[in-house]
Design a binder for this molecule. Structure first.
Ligand code: GRG
Length: 296
């Protein structure tokens, strides 16, 4: 039986150490910026996206060492999106990962800049990784896909569609389109990037992309359910926020019971996409179980 809790703990601590080294604390004039970046990046978060990136690399027989810089880059981009999402001009949140949000501690200007710096530096971390010297084409392709996933065709587009949709009832297909960008794009690139850097063949990339799409949507459906059901203390962030703002969510469109069923269907679909993979994909299978069962 695969011990997912232990696996997640060990992998999160590996990611934590690598992030710590990737974003050092300087002592010069930018010390405050480094401090703000490290405040949001370290000591918090489930590290789901980097863990999935590393697991995808290993599922195709790749070495952890070759995907760790990419995994850090993904988490840096994710953290930037959380900092900006919490700003008063966006969701205006005071609590994130159980602590005051960046702008509450460092002020709006520094929080914005810490997010900008994490986003920008993420690409440098991957571009300067040891693998870039050995396999530049592979890394260049991964950088391009990462930029697409985070940018105006991916996560930022999802956020814009979400903003423009507030207060307007939307259909299920539109909700899926929105989340495919806002949350799904980063899950998809985490899996594809990890697998590519691990040397995946094209049919493996295809199956893993199917896995990632189902997993990303499953994550979002569960996120909507937790926003409704979990406490602020449990999540380390304000809950019932989407509900209070009349946002379009899966429970609102499908009801709670059907949303739970849909999340289970998506988790099973993700696992089904891995039918041609051997035991090296066991962590990915277990992660699909974790995402649907998670309470945080
Ligand atoms: C460009 C001004 C500007 C803002 C960008 C890109 C963006 C704002 C927001 C992206 C959308 C976003 C923040 C989605 C959040 C998705 C989500 C459910 C995050 C929570 O992820 P977890 O549960 O968090 O993995 P932890 O804390 O565990 O890492």
């Amino acid at each position: 039986m695969f011990e997912i809790d232990r696996y997640l703990k060990e992998r999160a601590s590996l990611v934590e150490r690598s992030l710590d080294a990737a974003v050092p604390q300087s002592e010069g004039p930018a010390a405050r910026l480094d401090e703000a970046m490290r405040y949001s990046l370290l000591d918090g978060g489930k590290r789901l996206r980097p863990i999935i990136a590393l697991a995808s690399c290993e599922a195709v027989g790749g070495r952890l060492h070759d995907a760790i810089a990419f995994a850090c880059a993904v988490e840096m981009i994710h953290t930037y999106s959380l900092i900006h999402d919490d700003l008063p001009c966006m969701d205006d949140d005071d609590l994130r990962r159980g602590r005051p949000t960046s702008h509450k501690v460092y002020g709006e200007a520094m929080a914005t800049l810490a997010g900008d710096a994490l986003l920008t530096d993420a690409f440098g971390v991957l571009a300067r990784s040891p693998l870039a010297a050995r396999a530049p084409a592979l890394v260049a392709e991964t950088l391009a896909e990462l930029s697409e996933a985070a940018g105006s065709r991916g996560m930022v587009a999802g956020q814009v569609i979400d903003l423009l949709g507030e207060g307007r009832a939307i259909e299920l297909a539109e909700l899926e389109y929105l989340h495919g960008r806002k949350t799904g794009a980063l899950f998809l690139v985490s899996v594809r990037g990890g697998a590519r850097l691990g040397g995946a063949r094209s049919e493996q990339m295809k199956s893993l992309s199917e896995y990632a799409r189902a997993l990303g949507l499953c994550f979002q459906v569960v996120d909507d359910i937790l926003d409704l059901e979990a406490s602020t203390e449990q999540m380390g962030k304000r809950t019932r926020k989407d509900y209070a703002h009349g946002k379009n969510t899966y429970p609102r469109l499908l009801g709670l019971e059907r949303s739970r069923e849909f999340a289970r269907e998506l988790s099973n679909r993700a696992i089904g996409a891995l039918s041609d993979f051997d035991e090296r994909a066991e962590p990915l299978r277990a992660l699909a179980g974790f995402v649907v069962e998670r309470k945080l």
